[in-house]
Design a protein around this ligand. Structure first.
Ligand code: BGC
Length: 242
């Protein structure tokens, strides 16, 4: 399951192949996106699949031991909320929660553009915000929040997210300049060996990735919009005993 600011999506996942099994179900995120209504939407989708096994759930904020610590693009009442407990009340004994970009990164590292890549790999997801997932020799450093580094006095994601491109009606070359500047600042503090760019705009990677002037190689994510769901399922499967 993938909880986002605009949609809540779920699907069964084939973990051998790292892809969705059949059609996913998507509902609009209730507005305001209060925890109780979001839990109900997640539980409803799980019920529609008649699924009783483990459920991985992504959240677009810092997630530590089941508790949400930030909520940049969803209702602020999530901050400090025990998401694991809230979901467990509706779908008992099944839930594993994690940050959405961490989930997407886990999936890309296992099945996609980061397969077999050692060293420092940074996955960035461009959507409503900018999510980040950092890997060292394939191991995740959880809850990095590089969408919020300051770029020319502003939150990085405010200027360079996919939502900023749409909001300000930027062409791909115009937006690529913003992303380039954002990556400059990121690269000044971190020397990754590879950057993987994901989110819906990764489908259009040919229009903007070649315009970037980073010293780090940049690859488009291969799982695109399914990465979050696939990574959530993988985390739920692999962390079942821990
Ligand atoms: C949040 C991150 C999240 C990203 C993508 C950011 O605003 O702070 O936790 O991963 O958006 O949804």
């Amino acid at each position: 399951m993938d909880i986002g600011g605009s949609g809540i999506k779920g699907c069964l996942v084939d973990l051998e192949q790292g892809r969705l099994l059949g059609e996913r179900i998507r509902v609009e995120t209730p507005q305001p996106s209060l925890p109780a209504s979001v839990y109900a939407a997640v539980a409803e989708i799980v019920t529609q699949f008649e699924w009783t096994g483990r459920v991985g759930v992504t959240f677009p904020g810092v997630m530590k031991r089941g508790v949400a610590h930030t909520a940049a693009n969803v209702d602020k009442s999530w901050i400090g909320t025990d998401v694991d407990a809230g979901l467990d009340a509706l779908i008992p004994g099944t839930v594993e929660t994690l940050n959405d970009a961490d989930a997407a990164g886990i999936a890309e590292m296992r099945y996609g553009a980061g397969r077999d890549r050692r060293g420092v790999v940074l996955m960035l997801t461009f959507g409503t915000g900018i999510g980040s997932a950092l890997f060292v020799d394939g191991h995740l450093v959880p809850n990095t929040e590089f969408g919020h580094i300051q770029v020319d006095g502003e939150d990085g994601e405010r200027r360079a997210s996919a939502a900023a491109r749409e909001r300000e009606d930027l062409s791909y070359p115009e937006w690529a300049k913003r992303v380039d500047r954002y990556l400059d600042v990121l690269e000044a503090g971190l020397w990754p060996d590879l950057i993987i760019v994901g989110g819906g705009v990764s489908k259009k990677a040919a229009k903007w990735v070649p315009l970037l002037s980073t010293r780090t190689p940049v690859l488009a994510a291969e799982l695109q919009n399914d990465a979050g769901i696939v990574g959530a399922a993988l985390a739920a499967h692999e962390r079942r005993d821990g």
